[in-house]
Design a protein around this ligand. Sequence first.
Ligand code: TXA
Ligand code: MG
Length: 350
Amino acid sequence: MIHILSTKEEHLKEAGDYIKKGVPVIFPTETVYGIGADGLWADSILRIFRAKGRPSDNPLILHIAEKDALRELGEEIPPYVDLLTDHFWPGPLSIVVKSSDKVPEVVRAGLSTVAIRMPKNGVARKIISHGGGVVAAPSANVSGRPSPTSFEDALQDAQYMEAEHGIGELAIVDGGQTKVGIESTVLLCTSYPPVILRPGKYTAEDIARLVGKCDVYHPKTSEERPQSPGMKYGHYMASKPTVLMDMAPEDTDQFLKKHGRESLRILFLATTENQWEGAFYRKNLSSYEEPEVAAEAYFKALREMDRQEGDLIVIQSCSRSGIGEALYERMKKSARGQVMKEDWDENWIW
Ligand code: TXA
Ligand code: MG
């Protein structure tokens, strides 16, 4: 059974009550929809892992409604973290610090650290408050799929969780379309300088501007247990084969002119600059120079592509400035690493 709730005050209270009863609640944040459980209650957290089909070694982010909760959940928090939370909270920045004993091990997947974030979305914060103040919430997609950024996409995955993963009861709050469109920046703050484990809206430059320095972690494919465990799994994938064109729109057009053919129905996730007209289905994300606009639209558009008939999804990359770097990382994962660059081989075939 799926309870559908609006953002009316009494419904947000009801959402909090479901969390307190151990019923998973899907709700909007400013980044993507999350699926939440009481962050201090191990059994209800296990239900979230099951709903998503998420590997148990991939830790969750604890969502809080008040900044002070950070100090109840984390320990040995370096002073520079205050600069970050003063500036970026509430907002799409998850801070990883040493965990206090209060946090159940299942949340952290056995790690000694815990990720914490205070979302900007007011609906999310009210649900967190009504639900007890600490809510563990991974993105509300079935594991491996693109994160939901609209109510409709979140509902579709909720229905899948109910039908395929045996989740008897779920609630979902219709908060419309999310704003940022991709998940928060995950920042390791156990020592100095902090290290970006997952790119997001806030970049290393944004963080370094405040605290002086910020590193970026690049997981190696050979690593058994990367620092951010989630980075090793397949993510953000459509069910159709997908290729990312990591080149300027005019070069992509040239490539498609040469290699496109009618028998291959291409679903083209394009920029407004792309001129190629051979697509079976096309959607423009934004202009090449507007990664913020593209990020907001990306996951929804990718899911739309996946629902069409057609054989192959081709994604035009965007400028990598600002949030563009994080968007590029999502796109690359959607394509399972199938990235076409400018130096493509003349004899290449799909
Ligand atoms: O924007 C977001 O962060 C969304 C919304 C719902 O708030 N949530 C989200 O959660 O993206 P999830 O579970 O899909 O991604 C959490 C990421 C994973 O890559 C995970 O490995 C990493 O955060 N993570 C969580 N705890 C960690 C820890 N203690 N150390 C390192 N990485 C951690
Ligand atoms: Mg996720």
